[in-house]
Write a protein that binds this ligand. Structure first.
Ligand code: NAI
Length: 462
């Protein structure tokens, strides 16, 4: 006989586990189905968290080797202990995935280990090595995330030619790593291995890196990454990649092939909607398997919802978390909302790149008139002290109302600083509101204040 819950969440990643905890807080008898032995999804296991652990570690190594001398800190004999660096990354992951398991337990969420599959609109079977368990619920949330998009001609072998998962654990520093795709994953993981000593070539189909981000910021980013030694081949579509022994060849449309010893495929991700039994439940999907939902995350089948990477929108953990909480709040209270204009995006390179709201290109295309204020970190005292003066803060405001429409930052701690832009947009602040807010001195955040002042051409330190 089927076990009944108020809510079943399929997928224990950031979208799924946050939805489950919020549901438990609101009094629902909640279950989470997760196929992997560890909770936390791609983000915790093989995405955001391990990549940030390696970005942090590789930056320490790079600084110790190349930049600390500028601070008068002379170190000799700096050596890379890659196994130790990778082990620390694994420990960070394991402590966080165990933390999620603890949180589910604390909130009395029932955890089913196995693969969940719909057998009808309200029923899901969990397949595990111990057999099948049938579950029913009035509400079911699909939060199964995404996987790496394949590229025709690129033969993934789980070793020499791999995805971000392999690039988080290369057993030795590649001599020459070719990254296919100058998106977030390609640049973050390309940076890690370049800092550790690999030659890195990034091959990108478009004529710019970080497509979709603000154009000026992308140009500045490319210049800085090039200075750091990353090689770019733009306007270059990869048509194939093959490994033979320890070496690989990457074929590029109309250009010479590149020989290397490792290839990282990072050309986007696609929703994990195969093998879920969506047909049995009659749930509609669109292009690339994206689940179609209405304004409140409900699919065409009443009581079945979808959130995170399986629906449209940026594939970001924090977007999925917001959707998970809003979806459950809507189910229980009738209210629940995500402000898609205020979802930040961060690239954790050095310097970091962060963005929220509209880009200049988007405003131009929409015919919105705007004013722009920009302030360089070169003129910020704290950035000078940190020896991290590359980059700028850029604020875009509505010309008529002065309301902040977008904030784009490249520079030190951009990922932390963008929080101010998110709050400004969330609360409908004007650039003047940001400019008149007292910022502690000496802080990187003063560059945000100055950029807001610069919207009215009255920056003080420029
Ligand atoms: P992406 O969509 O960011 O970038 C993929 C790039 O590959 C594009 O610029 C595209 O033009 C290029 N490309 C496609 N086909 C190509 C070809 N044949 N040859 C050469 N280039 C080609 O995808 P990415 O970096 O794989 O990231 C996937 C998702 O994961 C994104 O949605 C991203 O937001 C998310 N993510 C977010 C992170 C963060 O927030 N820090 C970190 C890592 C991933």
């Amino acid at each position: 006989m089927a076990t009944t819950h108020d809510l079943i969440v399929i997928g224990g990643g950031p979208g799924g586990y946050v939805a489950a905890i919020r549901a438990a807080q609101l009094g629902l008898n909640t279950a989470v189905i997760e196929a992997d032995s560890a909770l936390g999804g791609t983000c915790l296991r093989v995405g955001c968290i391990p990549s940030k652990a390696l970005l942090e570690a590789s930056e320490h190594y790079h600084q110790a080797k190349h930049s600390l001398g500028r601070f008068g800190v002379e170190i000799s004999g700096v050596e890379l202990n890659l196994p130790k660096m990778l082990k620390r990354k694994d420990e960070v992951v394991s402590s966080l995935t165990q933390g999620v398991a603890f949180l589910l337990k604390k909130n009395k969420v029932t955890r089913y280990a196995g693969h969940g599959k719909f057998t009808g609109p309200n029923t899901v079977v969990v397949h595990s090595k111990d057999g099948d368990t049938e579950l029913t619920a009035k509400s079911i949330i699909i939060a199964t995330g995404s996987r790496v998009a394949p590229l025709r001609g690129v033969e993934l072998d789980g070793d020499r030619i791999g995805t971000s998962t392999e690039a988080l654990s290369y057993p030795e520093v590649p001599k020459h790593l070719v990254v296919i795709g100058a998106g977030v994953i390609g640049l973050e993981l390309g940076s890690v291995w370049a800092r550790l000593g690999a030659k890195v070539t990034v091959v990108e189909y478009m004529d710019k890196i970080l497509g979709g981000m603000d154009g000026e910021i992308c140009i500045e980013a490319q210049k800085l990454f090039s200075k750091q030694g990353l090689e770019f081949r733009l306007g270059a579509g990869v048509t194939g990649a093959k490994a033979s022994g320890d070496s690989c060849t990457v074929e590029i449309d109309g250009q010479d092939p590149i020989s290397c010893d490792r290839v990282l495929l990072a050309v986007g991700r696609i929703p994990n909607t195969e093998g879920l039994g969506l047909d049995q439940a009659g749930i509609k999907t669109g292009a690339r398997g994206v689940i179609e939902v209405g304004a409140h995350f409900e699919t065409n089948i009443p009581g079945v919802f979808a959130i995170g990477d399986v629906i449209a929108g940026p594939m970001l953990a924090h977007k999925a978390e917001e959707e998970g909480a809003a979806c459950v709040e809507r189910i229980v209270t009738g209210y629940g909302h995500v402000n898609y204009d205020a979802i930040p995006g961060v690239v954790y390179t050095h310097p970091e790149i962060a963005s929220v709201g509209k880009t200049e290109e988007e405003l131009k295309e929409a015919g919105v008139t705007y004013t722009k204020g920009s302030f360089p970190f070169m003129a910020n005292g704290r950035a000078k002290g940190m020896d991290s003066t590359d980059g700028r803060v850029k604020i875009l405001a509505d010309k008529q109302t002065d309301r902040v429409l977008g904030m784009h930052i490249i520079g030190p701690r951009a990922g932390d600083l963008i929080g101010e832009g998110v709050s400004a947009i969330e609360f409908g602040a004007s650039a003047e509101d940001v400019a008149r807010t007292c910022h502690a001195h000496p802080q990187l955040g003063e560059a945000v204040k100055e950029a807001a002042l610069a919207v009215e051409k009255r920056a003080i330190h420029m």
